[in-house]
Ligand binder design. Structure first.
Ligand code: ADP
Ligand code: MG
Length: 276
C-alpha cells in the first residue's frame, strides 16, 4: 500500500514537472513567435516607408519634368496672345482658355507634390512674411480661373495690413482646398464667400458656402486622412483635402474649425499674426 502511494506521488510529481516544462516551452515558443512577427512587421513597415519615399521622389521628379514644358507652353501662349491679327477675338479667347488649363495643370502638379510630401511627413516649411489679404486675393483670382462659372466673393475686411509668417505655397494649397470643397459641395448657382478678419493677435480666414452642410457628428472625422462622408459618392474626391488643410494649419500653429448648418458651411482658419 505504501509502495503504491509512493509510486503514485512520484507519478504526480513527474506529471507536474512535465506539465511545467511543457508550459515553459509553449511560453518560450509564443515569445519567439511574437519576436519573429515583430521583426517581420518592422521590416515590412521599413519596406513600405522606402516605397513611399521612392514614390515621393518619383512624383517630385515627374512634377519637375512637367514644369519645363509647361513653362514653354505658357511663354508661347503669351506670345500668341500678343498677335494683332485676331479680327473676331477667337484667338484671344482660345489662348486664354489654354492659359487657364495650363495654370490648372501646374496647380494640380504642385498640390500633388505637397500631398506626397505630407504623406511621408517629408516636408519643410519655407516661411516668409506675407500680406495675408493680398495672398487671399491672389488665391481668389486663381480660383475664379479654375471655376469660371462660379460666383466667388471676397471680403478683405478693414485690416489690409495683416502680416503673417507662413509658407506661401502651402497656405495657398490649404485655401484652394477649402474653396474646392465649397464649390464642389454646393449648387452651381450659389455664392461662395471668403472673409478675412483680424481679432486680437489672430488672423481669421473663413470660407462660406451654401451647400449640403456637414453634420456636427462628422466635424472631427472629416479631417482624417482619406475620410469622406458616406453618401457623397457622386462628387469626386480622395478625402485628402481637409487632412492636408489641418496639417498645413497645424504646422503654422493655427487652428481650423467647421461651422455648418442646413444651408451651408463655413470653414475657418485662424493663424497667429507675425510678431506675437
Ligand atoms: N464645404 C463642404 N460642404 C459639405 N461637405 C463637405 C465640405 N467640405 C468637406 N466636406 C465633406 O468632408 C469630406 C472630406 O473632405 P476632403 O478631405 O476635402 O475630401 P474630398 O473633398 O476629397 O472628399 C468630403 O468628402 C465631404 O463629405
Ligand atoms: Mg476636398
Amino acid at each position: 500500500m505504501l509502495i503504491l502511494t509512493l509510486a503514485l506521488a512520484e507519478k504526480l510529481r513527474l506529471d507536474q514537472k512535465y506539465a511545467l516544462l511543457a508550459e515553459r516551452n509553449a511560453k518560450r515558443n509564443a515569445q519567439e513567435m511574437a519576436q519573429q512577427m515583430t521583426l517581420e512587421l518592422a521590416q515590412k513597415a521599413q519596406d513600405l516607408e522606402m516605397t513611399l519615399k521612392r514614390q515621393v521622389r518619383f512624383v517630385a521628379m515627374v512634377s519637375h519634368e512637367y514644369r519645363t514644358p509647361l513653362a514653354i507652353i505658357r511663354t508661347n501662349l503669351d506670345l500668341l496672345s500678343k498677335k494683332k491679327h485676331d479680327p473676331d477675338g477667337s484667338l484671344a479667347f482660345a489662348v486664354n482658355k489654354m492659359k487657364r488649363a495650363v495654370s490648372r495643370l501646374v496647380e494640380v502638379l504642385e498640390i500633388n507634390l505637397d500631398k506626397a510630401r505630407f504623406a511621408t511627413d517629408d516636408f519643410m516649411l519655407r516661411l516668409e512674411y506675407i500680406h495675408l489679404s493680398a495672398l487671399v486675393g491672389e488665391v481668389i483670382t486663381q480660383a475664379k480661373e479654375f471655376w469660371p462659372g462660379r460666383q466667388l466673393d471676397y471680403y478683405p475686411g478693414d485690416s489690409p495690413a495683416i502680416v503673417i509668417s507662413a509658407d506661401r505655397r502651402l497656405l495657398k494649397t490649404a485655401l484652394l482646398n477649402l474653396l474646392d470643397n465649397a464649390v464642389k459641395y454646393s449648387p452651381l448657382e450659389s455664392v461662395v464667400a471668403v472673409n478675412l478678419h483680424c481679432r486680437a493677435n489672430q488672423a481669421s480666414i473663413g470660407v462660406t458656402d451654401h451647400g449640403c452642410g456637414i453634420p456636427p457628428s462628422e466635424y472631427g472625422r472629416v479631417f482624417e486622412k482619406h475620410y469622406r462622408i458616406p453618401g457623397n459618392n457622386s462628387v469626386v474626391g480622395t478625402g485628402m483635402g481637409l487632412y492636408l488643410v489641418a496639417r498645413i494649419v497645424e504646422e503654422h500653429h493655427g487652428r481650423v474649425a467647421i461651422q455648418s448648418v442646413d444651408e451651408g458651411t463655413t470653414v475657418t482658419i485662424d493663424l497667429p499674426i507675425a510678431g506675437d
